[in-house]
Design a protein around this ligand. Sequence first.
Ligand SMILES: CC(=O)N[C@H]1[C@@H](OP(=O)(O)OP(=O)(O)OC[C@H]2O[C@@H](n3ccc(=O)[nH]c3=O)[C@H](O)[C@@H]2O)O[C@H](CO)[C@@H](O)[C@@H]1O
Length: 400
Amino acid sequence: MSTDGLGDDRRRGDRALRLLVTGGGTGGHTYPALTAVRAAGARIGAGGAAVEVLWIGTAGGLEARVAEREGIRFVAVAAGKIRRARNPLKMLSWANVKDMGRVPLGVVQAIRAVAAFGPDVVLATGGYVSVPVSLAAWVCRRSLVVHEQTVRLGLANRLLARIATTMAVSSASTLSLLPGRVRERAVVTGNPVRPEVLAGHAGKALEALGLEGFDAARPTVYVTGGAQGAVQINQLVGEVLPWLLDRANVIHQCGPAAVDGMQAAPASLPADVASRYLPVGFVGAELPDVFALADVVISRSGAGTIAELTALGLPSVLIPLASSAGGEQTHNARHLAEAGAASALLDEATPTALQEALEPLLTDPARRSSMAELARQHGRPDAGDRLVDVVLDAAGADHR
Ligand SMILES: CC(=O)N[C@H]1[C@@H](OP(=O)(O)OP(=O)(O)OC[C@H]2O[C@@H](n3ccc(=O)[nH]c3=O)[C@H](O)[C@@H]2O)O[C@H](CO)[C@@H](O)[C@@H]1O
């Protein structure tokens, strides 16, 4: 691996920076990469230079759609998914063995793409596709920055941390969990949040989503289960819906597969009450405006959403995905709840527990403000810029 990050062909300071990014599968791995690409473009562009970007991901992943929408050159490679199991023998399932067989193919495809592009630096933001691409970067002796969104390193990043030029982490508490040799090469950047997410307008959400039935005298709750939606959250919200709509307007991001079912949920309620409820499959370009309209958020506690809620300073009730890798969503939720920066349903996610957590936030604006302020103290709106600092450092002196 190149230690100075500069091959002979890259000592020409006048040519564009070549940035290769990889990461995807879910929003939590895709959006930090996108934010870093845009921030690098803005920084380098402001200095009068240019940046050429290549994104390597999987053909069917969210990253493929995001790259296409953003006009970012994209190459797809094969990636293998490792399904976790408590019993290590069960990890040797046929599906895992078959998928692991795809990793060597992905590595070969990625080596070809990396060698052809000749990046100054490779940024990997996680997800299964990060593995073959980071291995390819290592084989091709390119500088590699690996970014971890969660406090504890996931399975893939534990491997990649050993070959990374720099390990960028989102939380200072991750440092003590790293092996000594990795810690020496680690930098705390925070988890990048798309800048537009921080710049929404409540009025635009009302207009774009056709929320004429919403009552301005009631607070608005945004419910989100992550890109796919969360069956558990959908069920809970369904059970408390009459109670909730008595007190609030609700935008419910329930996952594309659940919209029809959730649309029927308020059928037995009076029309004016039912019109305070909007289920949506996935919130795309309206996300910033929905956040701006929201007074309270009910959410999973994935690292991406947590970074957004804290950067925005939004009060929330967090319902962690208990089976998330290493219990990291539970850890995230507990960490914020202990600081008073969120409420969390940690032991039992029942309709009663949800109502108890929501009640003070819906009825007491002062309670919302104090939680919002504590949430903001955990936010890192500058994380994208900090990650770009690390990427440019790894790219070498010519590009700083
Ligand atoms: C099931 C799973 O593996 N979850 C992991 C995944 O989270 P996952 O990607 O599911 O969730 P995150 O909270 O990290 O990110 C979701 C992102 O998608 C956005 N969004 C969501 C819904 C929507 O309709 N529109 C939209 O734009 C959110 O605002 C956020 O930016 O990666 C995270 C980062 O490593 C981990 O912390 C999570 O544990």
